[in-house]
Design a protein around this ligand. Structure first.
Ligand code: TXA
Ligand code: MG
Length: 316
């Protein structure tokens, strides 16, 4: 495929058919999900998957999540154990990614797993993602549809701003309702949370009825993609700001006066849905210094604080 003119496809049967045809020809299609927009390629096609890394400028050691329309489809590519089935039963379709042993006969490109013998799989809860995945009928490797290290996209406009000229099409699924990436749980050994995300840790623990290793526990396996600086806006970010210094723009939370308030009522779900869009808006405003109000570290607050910590981390 030539990736020059980016097609904007409607979220309907025609759009899904066009998108599936582009994917079969080895092209790249961005699509809306409930978490963030994904940049999809056929997970069995080495050249197509290589195209994802090239379009994003992504380090090639960072493996990708494979998206499927159902648990039954996911079972064709990896081995589920009881813990994985319990989590899939509770949270799929939804903002949960499971890391599981890759099946030898799965036919997944080694570029997707970055050579690991495990595979990350997710069944998204969004009509556009579902329509597209079902029409394509194969495994779709999809990272977030942003240039590597930049803010994740939660609208088709964010995708176009970051990747126009580098991908073939985007299916417009409207703004993402969850707004932060999926929670990643490894079920390869004892269950371990590799990345906080759209399903709160408390919900995972309640579902399994046992404590689950957390990303900052010293013996939790590291997700290869958890680079310190990530999700970065152009401006410098200062966290837990109780006041605004001269030259700073406030990204507020709760009862503070700010043009961009993640949730004036202190609702973490609303704050997650606004997070990346507001960081994009701060970029568009040309904000060079960003102060962020403290955000409670429970429920979706953990995923929000994880993304903000990376946004504030020193850059290369
Ligand atoms: O919500 C989401 O998860 C979005 C949408 C598009 O589904 N996708 C997303 O993908 O956030 P990405 O590529 O930005 O993040 C994938 C993360 C990376 O941190 C990567 O290292 C990790 O998943 N990952 C992928 N495969 C893995 C594996 N086999 N073992 C451990 N971590 C893995
Ligand atoms: Mg990403």
């Amino acid at each position: 495929m030539t990736n020059t003119a980016l097609q904007i496809l409607a979220p309907d049967a025609n759009g899904f058919r066009s998108a599936a045809a582009i994917m079969r020809a080895g092209g790249l299609v961005a699509f809306g999900t409930e978490t963030v927009y994904g940049l999809g390629a056929d997970a069995r096609n080495d050249t197509a998957v290589a195209g994802i890394y090239a379009a994003k400028g992504r380090p090639s050691f960072n493996p990708l999540i494979v998206h499927l329309p159902s648990l039954a489809a996911a079972e064709e590519y990896c081995d589920f154990n009881d813990v994985a089935r319990a989590l899939a039963g509770a949270f799929w379709p939804g903002a949960l990614t499971l890391v599981l042993p890759l099946r030898a006969d799965a036919g997944i490109s080694k570029l997707v797993t970055a050579g690991l013998d495990t595979l990350a799989v997710r069944v998204p809860d969004h009509a556009v993602a579902q329509g597209f995945l079902s029409e394509f009928g194969g495994p779709v490797a999809a990272p977030s549809a942003n240039p590597s290290g930049r803010i994740s996209p939660t609208t088709a406009d964010h995708v176009i701003a970051g990747l126009a000229g580098k991908i073939d099409a985007v299916i417009d699924g409207g703004p993402c309702a969850v707004g932060v990436e999926s929670t990643i749980v490894s079920c390869v050994d004892a269950p371990a949370i590799l990345r906080a995300g759209g399903i709160p840790v408390e919900a995972i623990t309640a579902c399994l009825g046992r404590a689950v290793a957390q990303p900052d526990d010293p013996d939790t396996p590291q997700s290869p993609g958890q680079l310190a600086s990530h999700y970065a806006p152009q401006g410098q970010v200062r966290l837990n700001a109780m006041h605004v210094e001269q030259g700073e723009v406030l990204l507020g939370f709760g009862a503070v006066s700010a043009r961009l308030n993640l949730s004036a009522s202190g609702d973490l779900t609303e704050a997650a849905a606004h997070l990346f869009d507001y960081l994009h808006q701060l970029d568009a405003m040309g904000a060079t210094r960003i102060a962020v109000s403290p955000i409670p570290d429970h429920g979706l607050g953990r995923a929000i604080n994880d993304r903000l910590k990376r946004a504030a981390a020193p850059r290369d």
